[in-house]
Design a protein around this ligand. Structure first.
Ligand SMILES: [Cu+2]
Length: 77
């Protein structure tokens, strides 16, 4: 069942992530993103160097995600 109330505000944002060199980095970035309020799921790709984040846009935006990734020691844009 699809919950329409959730679907209405959930969007997917792709953030470029630099500085990742292994699956440990991928895990770290995934973790910091998922710890943000409003983030539903975060899929991070080492090969593509990007994170695909499903989130509630009324609770968290690209800026907060970029900041969180940078605070974890990686580059983000
Ligand atoms: Cu690593």
């Amino acid at each position: 069942m699809i919950e329409e109330t959730d679907m209405a505000t959930t969007v997917v944002t792709v953030v470029k992530v630099g500085g990742m060199s292994c699956q440990g980095c991928v895990k770290s970035v995934t973790q910091v993103l998922q710890d943000l309020p409003g983030v539903a799921t975060a899929e991070v790709s080492l090969e593509k160097g990007e994170a695909s984040v499903a989130h509630d846009e009324s609770k968290v935006g690209r800026e907060a995600m970029v900041r969180a990734i940078e605070d974890a020691g990686f580059e983000a844009s």
